[in-house]
Design a protein around this ligand. Structure first.
Ligand SMILES: [Zn+2]
Length: 270
């Protein structure tokens, strides 16, 4: 059967002599694996269609699990995301996270638009620490693991303060916090951001300024959440971590020591 879809390349691997297998994220058919014959040959018309992050119009034959590309056209190459070090590291993480979190043949229209918007936001130079956290939230929601943020996951109480518990499924109120000693205390602004992230369409993301300490809390929470519910062990994340650590080392001398955060300061008072 011949399919024609719009798709984003979320994985691209070499296959045999001169060929590639790509995984597309498509709105109607979720993930689709497609063989692109001759993609690695010089002057191949289809080489660019097989590159990671490409957004294109693909038509392919499919009988079994893998399709074979028949023809295609690039809509947007997202070339900027393949240049330098930073862009590829962030975009590769978003692509791998998507690829590993959703099932084949599962309609993914919303996630498709979110990933495209995520790639656009990275190209536009929006803060990757915000872009990726927002996208992580979109992925966990698409995978069916939205955290409870407005009420206690244990007793349903809507009044904070809350701590964030991965094991409990989100917010834990003061009376229930003993249920999870590993629950994390978050600044009020971080709770707000998490709530905004769960409702915000990535296509509407503007530029928001967020303090470094809040960004670290967001990263910690979403990372633990993903590790608890999706458990992926992503290659691209280890790379990103090393890369960010290296960046921190270089920036170390420039930084002043941070004042004690509200979280740490308020810890003994509860
Ligand atoms: Zn409770």
């Amino acid at each position: 059967m011949l399919y024609r879809v719009e798709g984003l390349v979320i994985r691209s691997t070499d296959y045999g002599e001169g060929n590639k297998i790509i995984t597309l994220l498509t709105p109607s058919y979720g993930k689709q694996g497609i063989i692109v014959r001759g993609a690695k040959k010089l002057k191949s018309r289809y080489g660019a269609l097989a590159q990671l992050f490409t957004y294109g119009d693909y038509s392919y034959y499919k009988a079994g699990t893998l399709g074979t590309l028949n023809s295609g056209e690039i809509i947007e190459s997202f070339r900027e995301l393949r240049e330098g070090l930073e862009g590829p590291a962030y975009a590769a993480y978003a692509a791998e996270l998507t690829e590993r979190s959703i099932n084949d043949d599962e309609a993914a229209a919303n996630l498709f638009h979110q990933l495209k918007a995520c790639q656009n936001a990275l190209v536009e130079g929006k803060d990757p620490q915000i872009v990726l956290r927002l996208y992580e939230m979109k992925v966990v929601i698409a995978a069916g693991y939205a955290p409870l943020l407005d009420e206690c996951a244990s007793c349903g109480r809507q009044q904070g303060p809350f701590r964030f518990s991965c094991n409990a499924g989100g917010a834990l109120c003061t009376s229930c916090r003993h249920r999870d000693p590993t629950a994390i205390e978050l600044d009020e602004i971080v709770w707000k951001l998490l709530r905004v992230f769960s409702n915000l369409d990535m296509r509407r993301l503007g530029n928001i300024m967020v303090k470094e300490s809040s960004k670290r809390q967001l990263q910690l929470v979403l990372r633990r959440w993903i590790d608890t519910y999706i458990n992926l062990n992503l290659k691209s994340r280890s790379f990103l971590d090393q890369w960010e650590k290296y960046g921190d080392m270089l920036g170390e001398r420039m930084k002043r020591p941070e004042p004690l955060s509200e979280t740490e300061a308020g810890d003994g008072m509860v």
